[in-house]
Design a protein around this ligand. Structure first.
Ligand SMILES: Cc1cc2nc3c(=O)[nH]c(=O)nc-3n(C[C@H](O)[C@H](O)[C@H](O)COP(=O)(O)O)c2cc1C
Ligand SMILES: Nc1ncnc2c1ncn2[C@@H]1O[C@H](COP(=O)(O)OP(=O)(O)O)[C@@H](O)[C@H]1O
Length: 216
């Protein structure tokens, strides 16, 4: 499918709180700004891929893009269920995902139980698909391995230019981080010590302080 694999990174914000309470399946929501940064022609529906919270481990995930017809949402959402048990919530953390495959369109259901069963089947399908080599290889993508753990929370997207430089990567090998970051929020990407716009890099003095907020 066009646009896949799709890399995205953004802060986890509050949704309607239904995932855990009503479905028993928590889903981490991206902000409206990140949702709007998705390609307008990416089909709504249910996908699978890999996800990582902050600098944590990379886990399998399932993802819903759309309006949740069962709940008739007015706003489009992008919600990730990570196939892992976390000790606590992670609102405000940076969630990094790579979407690798498509499962099905969003559907309406006659009952909550039917929706839950469908999501459980999606999870099983995702687990199977993600064990295939073509999907498994993306678990190890550089996108998830920004050295020194410099992914910070503000202002939404950041990465460590210094770390990327220190890791000896050439711009061409930064494709996943760069292209995915720029796809995700093309207008502003702040890097510790620098600001990236698309594939441009503007060097600023590297300091131990918070990266400067510069609007391009
Ligand atoms: C794998 C997966 C499949 C989903 N499929 C559907 C669906 O077919 N129809 C639908 O209305 N919502 C679907 N959802 C969205 C759930 O309804 C949504 O996650 C739930 O309303 C929780 O939303 P909240 O986190 O904003 O509270 C799906 C979610 C996931 C993670
Ligand atoms: N395995 C998980 N996958 C996704 N989110 C999880 C998971 N475990 C805990 N969470 C937390 O639960 C939140 C989602 O819960 P949910 O009830 O769907 O509320 P909301 O509607 O605010 O997203 C996430 O934002 C995250 O902080």
């Amino acid at each position: 499918m066009r646009h896949l694999p799709y890399f995205c990174r953004g802060e986890v914000v509050k949704g309607f709180g239904r995932g855990s309470k009503e479905l028993g399946i928590p889903t981490a929501n991206f902000s409206e700004q990140v949702v709007e940064s998705f390609p307008s022609d990416i089909p709504t529906g249910i996908y699978y891929g890999w996800a990582c919270v902050g600098n944590g481990d990379v886990h399998k995930m399932v993802l819903s893009i759309g309006w949740n017809p069962f709940y008739k949402n007015i706003k489009k959402s992008v919600e990730t269920h990570i196939i892992h048990t976390f000790k606590e919530d992670f609102y405000g953390e940076i969630l990094s995902i790579v979407i690798t495959g498509y499962i099905r369109p969003e559907k309406n259901f006659d009952s909550l139980d039917a929706l839950i069963s469908a999501i459980q089947e999606d999870i099983e399908e995702a687990k199977r698909q993600l064990d295939l080599p073509e999907h498994l290889k993306l678990k190890e993508d550089n996108f998830f391995h920004l050295p020194e753990g410099k992914i910070s929370k503000q202002p939404g997207l950041s990465a460590s230019l210094k770390s990327l430089q220190q890791s000896g990567q050439q711009p061409s090998s930064l494709y996943s981080g760069m292209s995915s970051l720029s796809k995700c929020q093309p207008q502003l990407i702040v890097v510790q010590g620098g600001v990236l716009k698309g594939k441009q890099t503007m060097h600023l003095p590297l300091t131990r302080q918070k990266p400067p907020l510069v609007r391009l």
